[in-house]
Design a protein around this ligand. Structure first.
Ligand SMILES: [Zn+2]
Length: 75
């Protein structure tokens, strides 16, 4: 009989992370479970591009951490 001392530890790597918008803005993304299913989406505060849309009870929260490198009114 073989015994593998392997621990099954699932890390939820998708729960927290960074998302970079096409405009260069960097967001931190956190998922949280809510009691009721939510249909919503998140749009970039800088360029208004839709970053994610969801229809689930796991709702992401986006937080702007780094703004875009170039400003839209320059160049
Ligand atoms: Zn953007």
């Amino acid at each position: 009989m073989m015994r593998l001392g392997r621990r099954l530890q699932k890390k939820d790597v998708m729960t927290n992370g960074k998302r970079i918008c096409e405009c260069g803005a960097v967001y931190s993304r956190t998922e949280s479970v809510v009691s009721a299913r939510e249909i919503n989406n998140f749009k970039c505060a800088i360029c208004d591009a839709t970053m994610e849309s969801w229809d689930t009870d796991r709702v992401p929260t986006y937080r702007l951490i780094i703004g875009p490198l170039r400003r839209p009114d320059q160049g």
